[in-house]
Design a protein around this ligand. Structure first.
Ligand code: ADP
Ligand code: MG
Length: 301
């Protein structure tokens, strides 16, 4: 197991930022820590990377305890902090050399810099000052810095936040590539990002885990129902629709009826039958799964 968080609680004064949080990340997984602002994502990441101590519970990375064996943990963890703080006056190569010094890479420095510059696609920018780079390239510098000491585990705190759509795609591709070799825990408040990048999603809200499941199964665990969306030619009494077997609720917007089933059964045949027996004219009928976005809102609202 690459990361284990066991009953972690973190208080800032009286405020509980994490409340008895437990999860684990397997070697080689890309896991998304998804939650709205203030959920506790950054706090969790600071604890995993030994920047903050927890008040209760245990965290281990590659079998090493973050409190008692923090040097061992730091060797194995690469960290891209939120907002990617960088020294804007430093040249890219100079900055990477500086980070290499912190990690005491010694004789390996040149080779490691060459490798991360290549991986992060920084080649053309290496002679520039960090302050002269676009936000997308600064993010690449942040990733390069996190990869420099060849860590097994990468912790990326909102790695695509603040980037333009093209840069987002580039950085996501880069993370996918990196994820082939490393264990990655990344945080985001964007559901789509999790769908694109992650094998598994851990949803956190107000310091509590609301869901933890493979991305592909998230829809199942949240007991997804398919809503039937019907446009009738004329107004139909919603009570009559509600009396159709299997219907839980009806929400009407203009002439569009969102018919919510009690179970995840397909309501369309029953609706058709009822409509034809009552001479309701159906102009259109659709069938829509609750989206991950909705599930996220449901779990975190
Ligand atoms: P996220 O990264 O999910 O947005 P954070 O971990 O940054 O959430 O914050 C979790 C909660 O802890 C928030 O309510 C935030 O205001 C609070 N918090 C974070 N850092 C501090 C701090 N240094 N001092 C006091 N409160 C903090
Ligand atoms: Mg944060």
């Amino acid at each position: 197991m690459s990361i284990i968080a066991d009953s972690v609680t973190k208080l800032y004064g009286k405020q509980k930022a994490l409340d008895n949080v437990s999860f684990s990340v397997n070697k080689g997984e890309i896991v998304g820590l998804l939650g709205p602002n203030g959920a506790g994502k950054s706090t969790m990441m600071k604890i995993i990377t030994c920047y903050l101590p927890q008040n209760k519970g245990k965290v281990s990375v590659c079998g090493y305890d973050t409190e008692n064996q923090s040097m061992e943990v730091r060797k194995r963890v690469g960290y891209l902090p939120e907002n990617n703080p960088l020294y804007l006056d430093m040249y890219v190569r100079e900055f990477l050399k500086f980070i290499a010094g912190i990690h005491k890479l010694g004789a390996n420095t040149k080779e490691r810099i060459r490798d991360v510059v290549d991986k992060a696609g920084l080649g053309p920018e290496i002679h520039k000052k960090i302050g002269e780079l676009s936000k997308g390239y600064r993010q690449r510098v942040g990733l390069a810095q996190a990869l420099l000491h060849s860590p097994e585990v990468l912790i990326l705190d909102e790695p695509t936040s603040g980037l333009d759509p093209n840069q987002i795609v580039d950085i996501r591709d880069l993370i996918k590539e990196i994820g082939k070799e490393k264990t990655v825990l990344l945080s985001t408040h964007i559901m789509q990002e999790v769908e694109i990048l992650c094998d598994r999603v851990i949803i956190i809200n107000e310091g509590v885990i609301a869901a933890d499941s493979p991305t592909s199964e998230l829809k199942d665990i949240s007991d997804t129902k398919k809503v039937v969306i019907v446009e009738f030619q004329k107004h139909v009494d919603t009570d009559e629709i509600k009396s159709i077997e299997g219907v839980q609720d009806v929400i009407v917007n203009d002439n569009i009826y969102n018919i919510i089933p009690e179970t995840n059964a397909d309501l369309r045949p029953e609706i058709f039958k009822t409509a034809s027996s009552k001479n309701w004219v159906i102009l259109s009928i659709g069938y829509e799964e609750l989206k991950l976005e909705d599930i996220f809102r449901k779990l975190t609202s």
